[in-house]
Design a protein around this ligand. Sequence first.
Ligand SMILES: Cc1ncc(COP(=O)(O)O)c(C=O)c1O
Length: 403
Amino acid sequence: MIVERMRTPAAVGDAERWTAHNYHPLPVVIAQAEGAWVTDVDGRRYLDCLAGYSALNFGHRHPTLIAAAHAQLDRLTLTSRAFVHDQFATFCRELAELCGKDLVLPMNTGAEAVETAIKVARKWGYQVKGVPDGQATIIVADGNFHGRTTTIVSFSTDPDARDDFGPYTPGFRIVPYGDLAALADAIDDTTVAVLIEPIQGEQGVVVPPAGYLPGVRDLCTQRDVLFIADEIQSGLGRTGETFACDHEGVRPDMYVLGKALGGGIVPVSAVAADRNVLGVLRPGQHGSTFGGNPLACAVATEVVRLLRTGEFQRRSTELGVRLHAGLRSLVGEGLVAVRGRGLWAGVDIDPALMTGRQACERLAERGVLAKDTHGSTIRLAPPLVVEAAEIDHAIAQLAAVLH
Ligand SMILES: Cc1ncc(COP(=O)(O)O)c(C=O)c1O
């Protein structure tokens, strides 16, 4: 029925008219959500298979998280770090324990946490490792995605992310992702850190070869270099473990966390590391007005507690098997490749059939939300509260789109 979608075109048009075009969203205007499902302004329901790029690992409006937010809204929302508040130490301690690290530094967005890790690594390099002033280098991987600040785009290999945003921040070396020999060659006496994603999400859910992460760990240990794992998208249950590094028994020197840490309610990010690393910062050297605010801490503490139950990691493992089996059955039937771990998959659509964008538009018409990347790839990352039948539904809709 034509009347059914009356509000959507106007709302899409308004959004286009009044905002910078730094995104190209699908024409779906969401008004409400619960669990794994969202409802648009015309009352149409969609299964959310993007989950805010993993910011909604616990689903939309998880009751425990919503209750924590409401309770905190009624008491105290913001103090700045000029004072201590009563939610701060609890959050930092419980997150530090989850990470097995001494200390936590809370920020807001993922990019800020990455910037924090870069600053800490440089200071550690000068003060602890003894790198000559101004010479610290950080090694990153080809195909990385760590955020959008000027420093972070300086070491992006994606022309859209980088071009025309110079002059660029120096001090980064780029090596091929998954290539240990190239990494070993790139490390020298100025190297303070290796910064990588344990799985490259934005690149299309690219899982490195087995042995890569342990190899990075060994090289970093041997050469006195910090291993910084950007687990902003891969961490907090998404892959079936608390951290994607856990699959290979690897413990980085610094975890960089974000997205799901805010429970899909508030932006919360953090860096976790031991005292010999994070302890290099002194008052006045780094901070954020909103970082570690009471509302953020109250919600994020409950996120940590949800993760401690292990339920979400277990769901991701078990349902991930179902998701990947279903997707693999479509290889040769319109898909050319499937990658990923747990409830996280990158699938490459046969470019002869359609683009990733077209596939996502057709999926949305069939009531499933997913997002394309790099031409022919689609990422699927449903909330970890998704049910088996809903996974089957998403796969059936993808099969229908491909036929
Ligand atoms: C691995 C990784 N790092 C950093 C970021 C940046 O996070 P934010 O958009 O919150 O700044 C992202 C966002 O997609 C990410 O996937």
